[in-house]
Ligand binder design. Sequence first.
Ligand code: GDP
Ligand code: GDP
Length: 437
Amino acid sequence: MLPLVALVGRPNVGKSTLFNALTRSRDALVHDQPGVTRDRHYGVCRPLELRPFAVVDTGGIAGEDEGLAGATARQARAAAEEADLVLFIVDGREGASALDDDILRWLRKTARPTLLVVNKTDGIDVQAALNDFARYGFSDRVAISSAHRTGIDQLIAEVLKRLPEQGSQAELDQDPNRIRVAFIGRPNVGKSTLVNRLLGEERMIASEVPGTTRDSVAIDMERDGRLYRLIDTAGLRRKARVEEAVEKFSIVKTLQAIEQCQVAVVMLDAGEGVTDQDASVLGYALDAGRALVIAANKWDGQTDYQRQQTEALLTRKLSFVEWAEAVRISAKHGSGLRELFQAIHRAHESATREFGTSEVNKALEIAYETNPPPTVRGHVAKLRYAHPAASNPPTFVVHGTRLRTLADSYKRYLENFFRKRFKLVGTPVRFIYKEGA
Ligand code: GDP
Ligand code: GDP
């Protein structure tokens, strides 16, 4: 399971700056795609080669101050209460304040494992800043500067030491012949209807995967002779009422399901188009580099005219994930499911395709010769050679010189060229640019 780390602290101590330092990928192409709305409160920290964890910025948990509270504060509290680790962020410049004391009292009540993080220690006496918070009684304190990104790696190491064991993930990964699929999406798009229909059709072949944690149920199923493992979402369990689903919609669970799957099926309600919440769910799947299929559900309830409108809307609103196949389905009537599973397969095959170095080199050569990068202020980037680096998603390393002058548009050109040449659908494709021959 993806563990959860909550950032708690009074306003202005630098929580959102730290949140960004932890969760923003270094890859601007991945992160700043127009069309993706980002929920600025939830994200995933993916330290290189280390274990990822979810991060929630709880905003102002303003102590006893119920005036500020409302729904946001309640959600923040709930997030902190379910977190595997709380980072109590304080301001090293201003020192301990009454509001910090309030939060500390509240944290003691929740009794979650807590690490004290003293922020804004750039350009000040770090030891003095740490000493100022000694009376809070934390044996471990970490000094950082979020704004300057100093101490962040050390903080991540301290966080990882305190997170629970990896547990069920290894178990979920075990069966290489099963495609791990997660049906994700905001409440009421039809996830449980779809899952129940799939399991109803397949009846006895479906079985729960034992050994998963209390909230996580994976279900194995077979369809047309192929094996799948459906990763937990709210949709996997039958629920009593629709309102219950809305209340229980959990971004953390969505993040966890994305982390555990190989193919994420993002479900939409065709009648409602693409909402901000849909786009934000899509954004999480993109950040994780997951193969992706978009399922526009409730296609049954639409007139021909509405369908045309919806098609146009989907094309426009989903242009940032052009490479993902969008299938029209009706979970209620079971239509479009064959197409859905074919798209899942294509996405999975593309995502896990193995590449040889020579075919990758060749692709780069042809792309480069057909359309060399333009000269930028008298400089021109040279692309020398490329090789495959990873799969799921396919990742290519491109070596060359003056790569910093490569425009985003050129990088997109290369990506599209590779997609076409290797017939990659339904998967993100990543490029790593390495300066030097
Ligand atoms: P939040 O209200 O806790 O989310 O705090 P923000 O992240 O919005 O930061 C509040 C202010 O502190 C902003 O003006 C930041 O630029 C500044 N800030 C955040 N981190 C640092 C830091 O490490 N050093 C310094 N000097 N300023 C910081
Ligand atoms: P979830 O919250 O994403 O799991 O959504 P549900 O599966 O609970 O579905 C929410 C509502 O949409 C229920 O009333 C379903 O009957 C309805 N629904 C689900 N799929 C379809 C569909 O394909 N067509 C129509 N017309 N309604 C659907």
